[in-house]
Ligand binder design. Structure first.
Ligand SMILES: NC(=O)C1=CN([C@@H]2O[C@H](COP(=O)(O)OP(=O)(O)OC[C@H]3O[C@@H](n4cnc5c(N)ncnc54)[C@H](OP(=O)(O)O)[C@@H]3O)[C@@H](O)[C@H]2O)C=CC1
Ligand SMILES: N[C@@H](CC=O)C(=O)O
Length: 350
């Protein structure tokens, strides 16, 4: 049976997933037994459209391209327009809600309410939104389990790079005592570009144009986005109960071009580094710019790529590197969650 999807937040990531599902339709069906129909999209400014029998993707994209909204989607008996995101989640016949609205680093809303409403209405959620996961993961996961629903969060850390499934599945059996990484694509991109002579403003503009930055890029440059990812890794991977205000956080706004040039002359480079350490019962977590040797593994991480090193007690340090941001890559993170949703269904766990 086809999976019915409602996409809440139809920005860069929501549209990227839609495009991937259209491009890979045949491959998903034949290789993974995954058939998907998108029954709804709901967005703050781009409007909202629902068709219980499935939306036509080409028409949807045409409306968006020509009018900037989905309002011109053809009217039919099965089509409803103008639902809010909560109405879409509650009233639609979707099996899975894709939560791809902006990350609010203060309240996690409206995404927390979107997830809770979905689970309580017996719908699963896949999301790239860091707010609900950093601020309310335990509560949301419990409600998901109570309602026998799936909660996929792979894209919340390092976009389409499997920074969450890798340690939990492939590295299980180890104790992970320390995690070190570069966890924000925008700032890594900016630091690399500034090293090549671009100004801070030019580098940020490029990162925004490429779809890497948050809706409010203060969250990237001040380190708040990386702080959220530190909280997700601590709670979800290390089993530590860490909150955002327990992570000491400094962004890259204090770094000057002179600082960057000076480091280059000493064969060093600046990176925004996240560290989470557990020693005995004590946990320390920091996000801050660090000057590191150009020969160190983290210095080789270029552009919007990220990296994370899991310090495992049995397997030793294991470094994973790949995209930290990007629309196609983040769209992929939702696809992999969707494939896992189907696998859970097949195991009759949902
Ligand atoms: N881009 C990336 O590389 C990555 C992004 N993420 C996360 O994925 C999420 C989506 O990112 P991205 O697509 O780049 O961001 P965008 O800003 O492009 O898209 C977010 C969309 O959500 C819409 N929106 C905001 N509030 C609501 C609401 N209450 N109901 C419905 N829609 C709403 C916005 O509407 P409008 O603009 O029309 O007002 C916008 O279209 C974010 O949480 C981000 O942090 C995670 C990993 C990587
Ligand atoms: N703005 C974020 C997007 C992914 O989480 C980043 O630059 O890393």
């Amino acid at each position: 049976m086809a999976i019915k999807l409602a996409i809440v937040g139809f920005g860069g990531v929501g549209q990227s997933l839609t495009q991937i599902l259209q491009d890979r339709e045949e491959m998903l069906r034949s290789e993974y037994g995954v058939e998907v129909i998108i029954v709804a999209v709901s967005d703050l400014m781009k409007g909202s459209v629902y068709d219980s029998t499935g939306l036509d993707i080409d028409t949807l994209f045409q409306c968006l391209q020509n009018q900037g909204t989905v309002d011109a989607y053809p009217d039919q008996d099965t089509v409803v327009k103008g639902w809010t995101s909560l109405e879409t989640i509650t009233n639609s016949n979707a099996d899975v809600i894709v939560e791809a609205t902006f990350t609010d680093v203060h309240t996690g809303e409206p995404a927390i309410s979107h997830c809770l409403t979905a689970f309580k209405n017996r719908k699963s959620v896949i999301t790239t939104n860091k707010g609900p996961v950093a601020l309310a993961y335990r509560e949301l996961a419990d409600v998901a389990v109570q309602n026998q629903q799936f909660f996929g969060i792979e894209g919340t850390v390092m976009s389409g790079t499997p920074a969450l499934r890798l340690p939990l599945e492939t590295l299980s059996g180890n104790e992970i005592k320390e995690i070190t990484g570069i966890l924000n694509g925008t700032t890594n991109y900016m630091l690399c570009k500034m090293e090549k002579g671009l100004s801070y403003e030019e580098a940020l503009k490029n990162a925004q144009n490429n779809g890497y930055a948050e809706a409010d890029p203060t969250n990237d440059v001040e380190g708040y986005d990386a702080r959220y990812k530190a909280v997700i890794l601590a709670n979800y991977v290390m089993g530590i109960s860490l909150t955002p205000d327990e992570v000491e956080c400094t962004g890259i706004t204090g770094l000057t071009r002179e600082d960057i040039t000076k480091a280059g002359k000493d064969e060093e480079t600046w990176r925004l580094i996240t560290r989470i350490q557990r020693k005995n019962e004590e946990v320390t977590a920091t996000v801050k710019p660090e000057r590191i040797s150009k020969s160190s593994p983290l210095a080789s991480v270029q552009g919007a790529a990220n990296a994370v090193i899991y310090d495992c007690d049995l397997a030793g340090p294991i470094m994973l590197t790949g995209a930290g941001a990007g629309l196609k890559e983040t769209g992929f993170s939702l696809l992999i969650d969707l494939i896992h949703y189907r696998k859970q269904q097949a195991l009759q766990k949902l």
